[in-house]
Write a protein that binds this ligand. Structure first.
Ligand SMILES: C[S@@+](CC[C@H](N)C(=O)[O-])C[C@H]1O[C@@H](n2cnc3c(N)ncnc32)[C@H](O)[C@@H]1O
Length: 237
């Protein structure tokens, strides 16, 4: 049985992430030891030709790191990046400033209530949905399913809770040791730990079950390293 987790209301993640926007990108590889494999696991899940004209929705897109991976893999894809933190989106706007007009659009919004635009080919998210409480996660999965075209793909690169408190403690300690070994500064680690106070983690098994409950097919986890997992599902077509 998964251990009990806090079902808090959605915390105000906007100010937390706005404060970290300027340093966010430079600490990513230290904080995510499997950075390349983790983000790199998402584009192959789309299973479309590289020249496909896809609509892609990135939920909790932050500074645009995941969208950037997909933009390289699918040069004709168009993106909507949604995030609750204006300063994070501002970094994303700068990242994609040289892209053709209209290829990247940005929306300031809370994904717990944001009206997802319909007929999306691909919906992705990285390290963001775990900021919602569990009911809001389940509701979001249902809304993502409804927003996808038949055959459309959802992929979530996510931080997951270990199945037991002992395993969670061990994973947290192992992660702290890894990020220290990667040379993170005390200040950057403290900022990351402060942001993590807004985490509402769920186990991988819970999230896989919620995707199936929402109607997704072909639900599976394709990458797992420590607390980092990538899982996916497809709207039946
Ligand atoms: C750890 S960052 C990940 C950003 C980006 N997806 C990445 O992988 O680099 C989490 C992001 O989720 C955003 N976020 C947290 N709660 C949110 C919510 N309820 N609605 C929209 N964005 C949210 C934060 O503002 C932040 O940009």
């Amino acid at each position: 049985m998964p251990h009990a987790t806090t079902h808090a209301t959605v915390p105000d993640a906007g100010p937390l992430f706005d404060r970290s926007a300027a340093i966010f990108d430079r600490t990513r590889r230290q904080l995510i030891p499997c950075f390349d494999a983790f983000y790199g696991a998402v584009p192959p899940l789309v299973e479309r030709a590289p020249d496909a004209e896809l609509s892609v929705l990135d939920l909790g897109a932050g500074t645009g790191l995941l969208s950037q991976q997909l933009a390289h893999a699918f040069p004709r894809a168009r993106f909507l990046l949604v995030d609750v933190a204006e300063q994070m989106l501002e970094v994303a706007r700068q990242r994609f400033a040289d892209e053709p007009e209209g290829r990247f659009r940005f929306a300031l919004g809370d994904i717990a209530v944001f009206a997802l635009p319909p007929r999306q080919d691909v919906v992705v998210s990285a390290l963001a949905i775990h900021h919602l409480d569990h009911d809001a996660k389940r509701d979001l999965f249902a809304r993502v399913h409804a927003a996808l075209v038949p055959g459309g793909v959802f992929a979530n690169a996510e931080q997951v809770l270990a199945p037991t408190p002992d395993e969670e403690r061990a994973e947290h300690e192992a992660w702290i040791a890894q990020v220290r070994a990667a040379g993170i500064s005390a200040g950057d680690l403290a900022a990351a730990l402060e942001r993590m106070t807004a985490d509402r983690l769920a186990t991988l098994d819970e999230q896989i079950a919620w995707l199936r409950d929402a109607g997704f097919a072909d639900v599976r986890c394709t990458f797992r390293e420590g607390r980092f997992a990538v899982y996916t599902g497809r709207r039946p077509g």
